[in-house]
Every structure is written in C-alpha cells, then in structure tokens.
Design a protein around this ligand. Structure first.
Ligand code: HEM
Length: 182
C-alpha cells in the first residue's frame, strides 16, 4: 500500500527566456496578472528570471483514505514523453477562505465535488499540487498539470466545471499558463 508519505519537494518555477517549457498562452482569470514570459523552467539558470514562484508538495488536507486509494490507483506520473503540454495555474484563495476552520473548508471542498470531478480526468491529466501560502509567496498554490496536446479540450472542460463550484468563489487570483515542451 502506498501512503504517499514522501518528503516534501520544493519546486521553483523560473519565468524568463530559458527553461524546459515554452509558453503557448497566458490568461488571467481573476486578480492581478503576471508578466508574460517566453519560457518557464524548474532548473536553476544563470539568465535573470522575469519572476520566480516557489512552492512545495505536502501532506493531504482534504482527502479521505477511500479517495486516496482511488487517486493512487488512477494517477499518472509526471514526465511521460507523450504528455508534451502542461499548465501552470497559480492560485490564491481569499481571506474569507483562510479565516474558516478546517472542517468548514473541507465541507466546501466536498460540496464542490473537486475530487470526484477531478477523478474523471485521470490518468490522462497528470498533476502535482505545490503549496506556497506559508512561504509568504504571492499565491497560495502552484498547480501543475501535464497531458497530451490532444487532451487540452478535456482539460478546458475540467477547468470550466471546477470554476463554477462554490470552492472557486474563494479564489481571488488565478492565472492560467499553458506550456509546451521546448
Ligand atoms: C486540491 C484532485 C484538478 C486546483 C486537490 C486535492 C485533490 C485534488 C485530491 C486535495 C488535496 C488535499 O487533500 O490536500 C484533483 C484531480 C484533478 C484536479 C484528481 C484532475 C486533474 C485541479 C485543477 C485545478 C485544481 C484543474 C485548478 C487549476 C487545486 C487546488 C487545490 C487542489 C488549488 C488545493 C485546495 C486547497 O488546499 O485549498 N485537488 N484536482 N485541481 N486542487 Fe485539484
């Protein structure tokens, strides 16, 4: 049984003229935008970055044991050669969200069916969630997804379904950056 108890991994996304991923398009759904870069990469480079966003993987907060079994059984790893497209979506949640207690946040997360909706898009969409609120970063989460270019329409459908949920009413900054392997 995998309990997913791996050590936190810190990841810095550097935007600029170098990096493994080429920016295809960037759109700000809500809140202040970010300067658009040519490329984004996670390897340290000598080239000065236009911006750097840092986050870390962490333990689960809203997932039940039964849900985790389903997620583990269906999730694909990052780095598949056919998954040439990616999305980096930095997200910030509002003061109202963070003022709530854990059970209140979990109730909203659950009513929004985030996990059941997301499960329907596995294993095509591979994902990794990075947290950054506790680092004093401008966003609370750096969400990362990798998929075959043919699945971009499905990914857009997934986003459309999530963005009409109660949970998304607490998101006050969200920027959708689409990338292709350079
Ligand atoms: C959190 C699943 C897609 C944004 C989570 C969690 C799960 C999950 C299980 C909870 C982790 C925990 O227990 O702490 C999925 C699946 C997806 C998917 C299976 C299908 C590909 C997305 C998309 C976005 C997104 C497209 C938006 C860009 C987030 C955010 C959190 C989160 C911001 C953190 C919520 C918080 O801690 O307040 N996701 N998700 N997810 N997901 Fe998704």
């Amino acid at each position: 049984v995998s309990y997913g108890a791996t050590s936190p991994l810190t990841v810095a996304f550097h935007a600029g003229s170098a990096g493994e991923w080429q920016v295809v398009r960037q759109s700000t759904r809500i809140g202040e935008d970010l300067p658009a870069a040519e490329r984004i990469g996670t390897a340290p480079t000598l080239a000065p970055a236009l911006w750097t966003l840092t986050g870390f993987t962490s333990n689960l907060r809203y997932t039940t044991g039964a849900e985790r079994l389903k997620l583990d059984a269906r999730s694909a790893p990052l780095g598949r050669s056919e998954a040439r497209m990616a999305a980096l979506i930095p997200i910030r949640k509002s003061a109202a969200w963070w003022a709530m207690a854990q059970d209140e946040r979990r109730a909203i997360y659950e009513r929004s069916a985030h996990t059941p909706i997301g499960l329907g898009y596995l294993p095509g969409i591979a994902r990794r969630l990075h947290h950054c609120r506790d680092l004093g970063e401008p966003f609370d989460f750096l969400t990362w997804f990798e998929f075959e270019p043919e699945l971009e329409g499905e990914f857009d459908d997934l986003l459309a379904r999530l963005r009409i949920t109660e949970e998304w009413r607490f998101i006050d900054r969200e920027i959708d950056i689409r990338l292709i392997r350079a």
